[in-house]
Design a protein around this ligand. Sequence first.
Ligand code: SAH
Ligand code: ZN
Ligand code: ZN
Ligand code: ZN
Ligand code: ZN
Length: 422
Amino acid sequence: GPALLFVKTSPGKEEGRRFYACSACRDRKDCNFFQWEDEKVSERRLAAREEYNRNHQPSFTHEQNVDRYKNFMRLPLSKRRFCQECQQLLLPAEWEKHLDHQFLCDISTAQLQSPSQLLCPLENKKTNAQYLFADRSCQFLLNLLVDLGFRRVLSVGTPRLHEMIQSKASQEKDFRVRSLLLDIDFRYSQFYTEDEFCHYNMFNHYFFGGEAARETCRKFLYEENGERVIMITDPPFGGLVEALASSFKKLMAMWKETEKEGHDNKEMPMFWIFPYFFESRILDFFPSFSMMDYQVDYDNHALYKHGKTGRRQSPVRIFTNLTPSMIVLPEEEGYRFCTICQRYVSSGNQHCQICNSCTSKDGRRWKHCVLCKKCVKPSWFHCNNCNCCTLQKHSCEKTYVGCFVCGKAGHKRSTCPSLSCT
Ligand code: SAH
Ligand code: ZN
Ligand code: ZN
Ligand code: ZN
Ligand code: ZN
């Protein structure tokens, strides 16, 4: 799909130089596409690019994969193999080609219903960053949206939620929630039909399946028989917020266009799951959103599982345009309702009388700094040099470029105080 237009700035120069690069891969090692905005590209280079793209297509189309799946389901258990090296379901005729690969045998229907367990998570930090919901968090999200009365879930980069919905729907007669998965991980096309999965890039709103896939999505968003839709997304955290926001606005517009009357001033309901230190960035693009205190947990995210004290500490939250008081957080997991803020908060999150709000972002009790006129992390202190609250250990020298994560000057992304768990 289309590349994104970036700008390279260098200190001292006012205007940066603009260039195109891959929207999905933020690491040049994964995709080396680069082109200055004003660059003339020779015929030869264009041809070479096309050739490269042709050679890097998946070995089967989605349509072929759907057929293969049907055939696979007809096989007896003893003939159902999954090649771990190629991350592919194998039909008996193909075994020979994969003999020296590691493979799994006796793939059960239950395994086919939870592809996120079968496929190995793509943990490449900058490109895919597949961090799967812990069962508890996935269950919580599903219960929440069912309780809120939603019948359709547009799952954007949430394969585990999608598969939980799909398998529940196939097992329980009166469970009537449906889900459509949009994800860049094409391996999922082996397990879902074109009505259940669209190969999609959420950084440039690109449907790889063209107009047909776009139409599938549009149809799904059309709220027939009063079946209300919610979009749930959990993008890679390294992702550019502006690119994501622009795509999500296009999905919202798609929802809005599906019905002529009815949703005049309404927005498509949405959960955007993202770390709390992106709060101000997200609110810049979606002023109607608010951040919930619920800590979303992951199975394979070593970093976020345990803080120094050994307790679970995830910085990942739910941002939503639904009324905060409707998002009921479980008391047994330590959340309570603040009647002044009219929302559920972590039990450690105290209501600050001066800020007149429950100000903690990480679940611990924050303290109010009169000089900064706001609440800050308990481990921070007010530095008179920097004229703000920060970590005790910091260097007061200022750098010109703002931090990539929080946008503040004085530190780089790697040392951003909002990333630290202490
Ligand atoms: N917690 C979720 C998974 C989130 S990980 C769950 O358990 O369901 C991020 C997801 O976004 C992965 O599924 C990954 O394949 C997908 N993804 C990464 N980059 C993407 C892109 N550019 N467009 C669409 N999906 C992308
Ligand atoms: Zn409060
Ligand atoms: Zn305060
Ligand atoms: Zn201060
Ligand atoms: Zn300082």
